[in-house]
Design a protein around this ligand. Structure first.
Ligand SMILES: Cc1cc2nc3c(=O)[nH]c(=O)nc-3n(C[C@H](O)[C@H](O)[C@H](O)COP(=O)(O)OP(=O)(O)OC[C@H]3O[C@@H](n4cnc5c(N)ncnc54)[C@H](O)[C@@H]3O)c2cc1C
Ligand code: SF4
Length: 329
């Protein structure tokens, strides 16, 4: 690993100022993702602007209007364990509690989870070519490429699969990302936070140079919400989900009046399924309507030979997430 300087600003504003005035600096939070990349020399920053002492970013709180604020430095363990999150955002608690391993959950933060880079094995080794790292092609798509964790949507140029299992939950809850740079703060709607892969674009987000995520805001709801989360993974710990799915819907007492369906690990960025949402609205939520929503989602999938199995897995995850929402009601 290349030598670097480690600076510890005391709040988000100071962090943004430091990023604006420092060349070749990166934000550091828990370091779970970033230090791996640095050890592999995929990233070689001169300075790490660490949020480890940044005040106010480690809290989960209910705001005056009933919305919920989650600071960027909140850990996955906090999301899984703290009463506010368990009570008001049960699907987020669940997703966080299933991720990684107990040790990692105590280091990994919300901001880092959203801004983490792809786990694609070719991306993470500087010796392989990779479109995201500025190469001309994607070795996953080439004959003989390792495709078992590859995405099945939006994979024409880069077949990576977005690793965050918190992201589909935030998507389903219409979260907003609070971002700060040296000039001030801006609110980014969840769907607008993501950037599709392009040559030389390593990040999957639209964060601009010098920007820090300060937190995530979940808007208040005044009607009853049905929420569910499901994921499928090979190992119960120290692993990533092969597919994850988060749903939220409302009913008129019987039929679904609006729905939000998001998947993780199926595309290079978290994926909303409008097809599934349209299939669910007007139905009484059941395994039958879930199967139709899954079929409509997967009708446009473009799996590679090694990732075809994710088509079936995605349908199962959606069915389980909707069943979990019905059971919780
Ligand atoms: C074995 C293993 C299993 C895992 N399983 C799962 C899983 O099941 N589900 C899942 O969701 N994740 C999983 N992860 C990923 C893990 O949750 C993330 O790596 C972690 O959340 C990153 O958070 P961090 O605070 O350590 O980020 P860091 O490593 O510090 O940073 C990650 C990236 O985000 C940027 N960054 C960090 N914070 C900010 C901020 N506030 N503003 C702007 N940029 C920022 C950094 O510059 C860096 O590029 C797993 C990781 C491992 C090693
Ligand atoms: S799937 Fe994407 S990240 Fe992986 S090698 Fe191909 S271009 Fe790079």
């Amino acid at each position: 690993m290349k030598a670097f300087r480690f600076v510890r600003p005391s709040n988000g504003r100071e962090a943004a100022d430091l990023l604006a005035s420092t060349k070749n600096a990166l934000v550091h939070a828990g370091g779970v993702d970033l230090l791996d990349r640095m050890k592999e020399r995929v990233d070689e920053p001169d300075v790490l602007v660490s949020l480890c002492d940044a005040k106010g970013l480690d809290q989960i709180r209910v705001e005056e209007d009933g919305g919920i604020w989650i600071g960027a430095r909140v850990t996955l363990a906090q999301l899984a364990d703290e009463a506010t999150c368990r009570r008001f955002l049960p699907t987020l608690s669940e997703a966080a509690g299933l991720a990684a391993s107990p040790q990692l959950r105590h280091r990994a933060t919300v901001g880092g989870n959203l801004a983490q880079h792809t786990r694609c094995g070719y991306y993470r080794h500087a010796s392989f070519p990779c479109l995201k790292r500025g190469g001309d092609s994607c070795p996953v798509r080439a004959e003989g490429g390792v495709q078992d964790t590859a995405g099945i949507f939006g994979n024409r140029d880069c077949a990576s699969a977005h690793p965050s299992s918190l992201a589909p939950v935030f998507g389903s809850l219409d979260a907003e990302i609070v971002v700060r740079d040296a000039k001030g703060e801006r609110l980014v709607p969840f769907a607008g936070f993501w950037a599709n892969p392009a040559k030389g674009r390593a990040s999957d987000t639209r964060l601009r140079p010098g920007e820090v995520i300060e937190g995530v805001r979940i808007p208040p709801r005044d009607t009853k919400q049905f929420v569910g989360y499901a994921e499928i993974r090979q190992k119960k710990a120290f692993d990533w989900a092969l597919v994850s799915c988060a749903v939220r819907y409302e009913t008129d007492g019987e039929k679904v009046t609006s729905a939000s369906v998001w998947f993780g690990s199926l595309a290079p960025v978290p994926m909303r399924s409008v097809a599934a949402e349209e299939a669910l609205v007007g139905t009484v939520c059941s395994d039958k309507s879930a199967a139709e929503a899954g079929a409509r989602t997967m009708a446009s999938a473009t799996p590679l030979a090694g990732s075809k199995y994710k088509v079936a897995l995605g349908k199962v995850a959606l069915k389980r997430a909707l069943a979990a929402a019905r059971e919780r009601a």
